[in-house]
Design a protein around this ligand. Structure first.
Ligand code: ADP
Ligand code: MG
Length: 698
């Protein structure tokens, strides 16, 4: 056998990351559909409409299911109690023509068993006349039992010239379906033909050693099994073989993905010239100035990051930690270290609120470090923006904080060395890339508070390293979460009012809408909600309003008032969802909680429980909840562990939905299912890394 170079080992970074398995040819070969027996221009067109462009695609068009048929030379074995499919050949013994509502009835002798075929409507005129006593008929269809007599209604029939000499031995027929006007038997024949022609020229795809160690068949064997190209004698054995054949395709699909991700990871580091950050004193000084001491996980994360910054290969790290786990300070440490080594740092946040919150923290910390910084947001005046752009382009500003405004056309950096992306799941892949393009081999540190379940993280972020902060800062009290029906809402609001009045703590009220909407009348909105509270239960409290239609300056002003305690209650939409940090806020009411997604609810709830006081989150719901909504709300009450909630969310929504638009393509596999086949994904990742990095430990 000739040695096939597995494509995993050719070290070129792939342009795109494969999601769906594709077969490859080891040597050039015509793969036009029209070369196949029985496929003319019409059929070709029909196949192409279903995305089957060539013979390789055709081989991967796998049966939906398999139908069991009986050998027709031995006489059918029909279970008495169950309808079964039968394909058999018999001799016509009698014809009862249709009359009135009575069907056409044909009697057949199939190797000694009497069969009845029925037609309640005839396919065409004169159909009945084609059956004459003594004719040999092949038929197939579902067998029913009519007074003990095996009966098939509306079978497919074919009149044979003579009884075939050699009996077919196949007992299983693949059912493909799904392609308009292309029958299964035509597909089956074409696939058989394609497999015979192409199998010797197919690239194996998975190195032989890996096939052996996972006990998987070659691609040819797998395809032959799946399409039932060889006769099946033993059904139990077949179903075993079918299972491993499918596993092989799943494994290959994952291996291709992991190979591509690993290559991308390697190539992004090869011959790179990231700024090496040796000097760490500024980082240490930042820590000395902190009003608290770092948690063990924070220290570990910082140590890992500092080591990576001190190397010419750019860091590609995703820092994940539950809401409130203290990621920002880790990022600011990294920024301080980079800045001290002459690199500029860009820190990007998904909202203006968050960007200005970072700015406030930086004002506190960095002023002491004598490190100049600036910010870029969409709501700046032209003059402000000009000054900020100037500071970035000249290299004067060491740290530039901003929103999407950071990667507009006119933004330039003198020496961008580190990019920090906060709440990275809020950005698309292209946006991250646009930022990366602003520097030469910059380091990248992304942060996310939507923990990605391990399996999914491997599938999606195989080209990055992962650091997880599990530990929360000390002294945090767990958040109590309760579910209340809307008609009890006034009790809930009274509780919140009383607690604000007696303790001076603050509260968030979250609404699904900004203002009233005709279309969805049962949904609460911020504007009316805040007004009702101000005129009613909360008339003695100071209420602020925050939503996405306000301009940046107005939002900023309200957030500042809330942060400094000038307002007691913040009525808001989900704009407060990410990152906002006001430790004195200890209560949250979520109106129409059933409308929010699980990770969104968790993010929202993460706004409280940030100080030392016990916090409470009350989820108000309407009636008529869907099963999924019920599951989400129950999960919220049961745990506030973000990792556990992410797993639950993934299970409720499935990977495609869970990941949203950002990485959706990656979750669409042809054969694999990240959840169902998690262990194959793990194996594929390990194997790809071993093959490419030559290292099992990473
Ligand atoms: P997130 O991980 O959600 O971005 P933040 O970085 O906003 O969390 O931190 C949440 C709060 O915890 C902030 O007020 C921060 O100052 C505080 N914090 C961070 N680390 C510690 C720590 N080690 N000890 C006490 N408080 C901390
Ligand atoms: Mg944060």
């Amino acid at each position: 056998m000739n040695q096939i170079e597995p494509k995993l080992l050719t070290m070129i970074a792939p342009e795109s990351i494969p999601g769906r398995l594709e077969l490859q040819l080891a040597e050039p070969q015509s793969i036009a559909l029209r070369d196949l027996r029985g496929i003319g221009p019409k059929t070709e067109q029909r196949l192409q409409q279903r995305g089957i462009e060539n013979q390789l695609d055709l081989l991967l068009y796998v049966p939906r299911k398999y139908r069991r048929t009986y050998r027709f030379h031995k006489g059918p074995k029909i279970c008495a109690d169950r309808a079964e499919w039968v394909e058999a050949i018999g001799r016509v013994t009698g014809v009862v023509p249709p009359r009135g509502r009575r069907p056409l009835e044909i009697r057949l002798d199939v190797d000694g068993t009497d069969f009845k075929l029925l037609w309640f409507h005839l396919p065409y005129r004169g159909f009945a006349r084609s059956f004459k006593a003594g004719k040999i008929v092949r038929f197939e269809g579902k067998v029913e039992h009519d007074r003990g007599l095996p009966t098939v209604a509306h079978p497919d029939t074919e009149i044979l010239k003579e009884r075939p000499k050699r009996a077919p031995t196949t007992e299983l027929v693949p059912i493909y379906g799904g392609i308009d006007k292309v029958s299964d038997s035509l597909l089956g024949r074409a696939i058989h033909n394609a497999c015979d022609c192409l199998a010797p020229h197919l690239e194996e795809g998975v190195p032989a050693a890996l096939l052996k160690s996972h006990d998987l068949p070659t691609i040819e064997v797998a395809l032959r099994t799946i399409h039932v190209l060889d006769s099946v004698q033993d059904l139990d054995r077949f179903s075993e073989e079918l299972k491993t054949a499918r596993h092989r395709l799943i494994y290959q699909e994952f291996l291709d993905l992991q190979g591509a991700l690993t290559k991308r990871y390697v190539v992004s580091r090869r011959a790179a010239q990231a700024i090496e950050c040796k000097e760490r004193e500024l980082g240490r000084e930042l820590v000395r100035n902190l009003p608290f001491s770092l948690t063990g996980d924070q220290k570990k994360a910082i140590a890992t990051i500092a080591d990576e910054l001190d190397a010419p290969v750019p860091m590609r790290r995703l820092l994940q930690g539950d809401v409130g786990s203290g990621k920002t300070i880790v990022a600011l440490m990294a920024a301080a270290i980079a800045a001290a080594n002459g690199a500029q740092v860009a820190m990007m946040a998904p909202t203006e609120i968050l960007a200005s919150q970072h700015l406030r923290r930086v004002e506190g910390f960095f002023a002491d470090l004598k490190t100049p910084f600036t910010h870029l947001t969409g709501s700046q005046s032209a003059a402000q923006r000009r000054r900020a752009l100037q500071a970035a382009a000249s290299g004067e500003a060491k740290l530039v904080i901003g929103t999407h405004a950071l990667f507009q056309n006119d933004v330039e950096f003198a020496n961008l060395g580190l990019i920090i992306v906060d709440e990275e799941h809020k950005f698309g892949v292209e946006q991250r890339q646009a930022l990366l393009d602003l520097g030469r081999d910059p380091h990248l540190l992304s942060m996310t508070a939507t923990p990605i379940p391990r399996t999914l993280a491997h599938a999606v972020f195989g080209d990055r390293d992962l650091t997880t902060i599990r530990e929360k800062p000390p002294g945090r009290k767990p958040i109590r979460t309760e579910l209340r029906d809307r008609f009890r809402a006034s009790k809930v609001y009274e509780y919140v009012r009383d607690r604000i009045e007696s303790t001076g703590e603050q509260a968030y009220i979250v609404y699904p809408l900004v203002e009233a909407s005709e279309a969805v009348q049962h949904r609460k909105n911020v504007i009316d909600g805040a007004e009702q509270l101000a005129n009613g239960l909360f008339s003695n409290l100071r209420i602020g309003i925050l939503h996405g239609r306000m301009n940046g300056a107005a939002k900023e002003a309200v957030m500042r008032q809330f942060a400094t305690g000038e307002i007691d209650v913040l009525c808001s939409t989900t704009v407060i969802e990410v990152g906002v940090d006001v430790p004195n806020a200890t209560m949250m009411i979520v109106e129409n909680a059933e409308l929010f997604g699980l990770s969104q609810l968790h993010q929202l709830r993460g706004r409280i429980g940030r100080g030392g006081t016990a916090s409470i989150c009350i989820l108000l719901t309407g009636s008529g909840l869907t099963e999924d909504a019920r599951k989400r709300l129950r999960a919220m009450v049961e745990t506030d562990d973000g990792f556990q909630l992410a797993e639950t969310d993934l299970r409720i929504r499935g990977p495609g939905e869970f990941l949203g638009n950002n990485q959706a393509g990656l979750a669409e596999f042809r054969f694999g299912d990240i959840l169902r086949d998690a262990q194959w994904l793990q194996l594929a990742r390990r194997d790809a890394r071993r093959l490419i990095l030559g290292d099992a430990s990473r």
